[in-house]
Design a protein around this ligand. Sequence first.
Ligand code: PEP
Ligand code: MG
Length: 756
Amino acid sequence: MRDTASGPRVLLKRLRELMQEPLEPQERLDRIVRDIASNMVAEVCSLYVLRADSVLELYATEGLNPTSVHLAQLRLGQGLVGTIAASARPLNLSNAQEHPAFAYLPETGEEIYHSFLGVPVLRAGRTLGVLVVQNKTMRQYREDEIEALETTAMVIAEMIATGDLARLTKPGLELDLRRPVSFTGLSFNDGVGLGHVVLHEPRIVVTNLFNEDSEEEVRRLDRSLGSLRLSIDDMLERRDVAFEGEHREVLEAYRMFANDRGWVRRLEEAIRNGLTAEAAVEKVQSDMRARMLHMTDPYLRERMSDFDDLANRLLRQLMGRGPEDVAASLPKDAILIARSMGAAELLDYPRDKLRGLVLEDGAATSHVVIVARAMGIPVAGQVKGAVSMAENGDAIIVDGEEGTIHLRPQSDLEAAYAEKVRFRARRQEVYRELRKKPSVTKDGVAVDLLMNAGLAVDLPQLTESGAAGIGLFRTELQFMVASTFPRAEAQERLYRDVLDAARGKPVTFRTIDIGGDKVLPYFKGAIQEENPALGWRAIRLTLDRPGLLRTQIRALLKACGGRELKLMLPMVTELSEIAQAREIIDREVRHLSRFAHHLPTSLKLGAMLEVPSLLFQLDELMKAVDFVSVGSNDLFQFVMAVDRGNTQLADRFDNLSTPFLRVLKMIADAGARNHTPVTLCGELAGKPISAMALIGLGFRSISMSPASIGPVKAMLTELPLQELEGFFNDNLMAPSQKLPMRALLQAFADDRSIPL
Ligand code: PEP
Ligand code: MG
């Protein structure tokens, strides 16, 4: 009897030699199929490759009519080969002609072969082709033969993925893997980026396929599995909030998988067939992914992504790879693709190499997007399917304006985008010129254009954007990108750096706005909430945990010694919260002055207007604070009862609709009536059309992302404010409008050539 393990081993060894020989791709394929046929004692071995037009083309054969190579073809789903490709499952038949899907291709002369074994050529769960062996006699292929053919198919997948076969394709009939594809998601940050794909959670590409010593390789796998299991146990033992609830469930599943005997057995089997441990993980994972891809049960599919993650962890263990290595090998024009990503993870990448970010999930207001915006990178979000269709190093275009991406774009599209990038650069030049002009309307009314910030990476933008100051400094970002609570000194240092960078321009710091969806994994006190947006967050949380607030206030007071401190409170619901916060601040001021600390020259306390309850006590609010800042992201969410992070609803309600504009007008009027400065710092301030509306409603100070300052200023300097005020007088309170307010505002701007 033949040694079942040595058959595949000999074949893999032979393939390794073939891969290293300087052969033309066709010659290499021909030799591969010949060797497979001889090793498996099959009369036929054929390789079909999937083209971008969903046709499987015969690329090489031993045994079938050689003139049919590159001519014989089957559609996806057609015949046995098409069925294997469509289902991503092997077919093992002793009498192929009897199978209902059998399709006879006369050009191949295959009618005399009865038994048939075909396996999909898979990579990362995607089918790239089909590998077939056939025999004249009626026989059932053994399990180990199926395994051997699948392993061989992996080597071929590698050849296809590395572009080795590209030279065999005819123009217009490219391989599926290299097919240009476009996806449309949502625009999360404007801008256009041309570059090359970097998968944030790379499906680690295993290039070292063949092992030298199976037993040593099994031991290596064993050691890595051991460390993997330990690290999972370790995570489970930590009683951090980050590992409770959903997350805990995932980890429990990981633990179960990591101990799954079936999984481990399949891995060992693949190694004994000659693969390295890494290649074995990839093979087993790829087979499993392909099978699961056709499952519709959402629970199982979800578990699949856990399994993927686990396999990736195991690969990293095996390869001893850390995140630093990834950063070092980054191309200079990297476009990151991720399912989702934390803000801290984005900051791990060097800014100067990033040209764009693509997320399969996420929302425009999620923190990674806020950070990406601060870094000035174009972002497309909700781009479903991007991860599985992209390969590291693929050319890609991110159109942040449209929320689309183009993978492996054709040259004319690339040229068009390159032109777009040049056009944008020219426009940036215009915005730079505008910085020198005063920030006034066409009829001379001054409006302060401020920027939002939250991290040290934002600070250079203060000069680059020409902002008049920082209207919102989100202090929680420092907390969110850290792995433990930032110490008092680190907080003070950041605040000092911000003020130094501002060089006398005003800066408004907001006390930490965490809780709800902004979770700090290391914060032990967090609770599971059914409605986090309405829950224990922002000022509610910091008043209940005064230690946190006191430390921050002390750091701010110290950092602002000899300068002005402008401080505002997020998510105020009742005026008593302002009074309580003021007490804490006063106590800190007294404490510091007792120790002869250098205190701020003045302290201005403001409230964010984000909760509708304040709308019904506007005059009292204006009197209770030194200034008010409208947080339009939250205010809109609460006024309209629409979750700001729910992408399903993202475009459903218009933030320039009459009711919301009336709310904003009420606020601006109350500010003017009480001589209390009012500003607005939500995303609304950053779009020229909504910024125009705000100014028309009476806002004289708005704060936005730095990239928006140029376009908003271009609008501002062309805006005849008096006319816009007249427009609002005529339209805002009118009982019935013919057109939505957005359309009316657009027409107003178009008629006057105001650039929006
Ligand atoms: C807002 O709600 O509009 C705001 C500026 O705060 P954040 O986006 O940080 O919640
Ligand atoms: Mg808010």
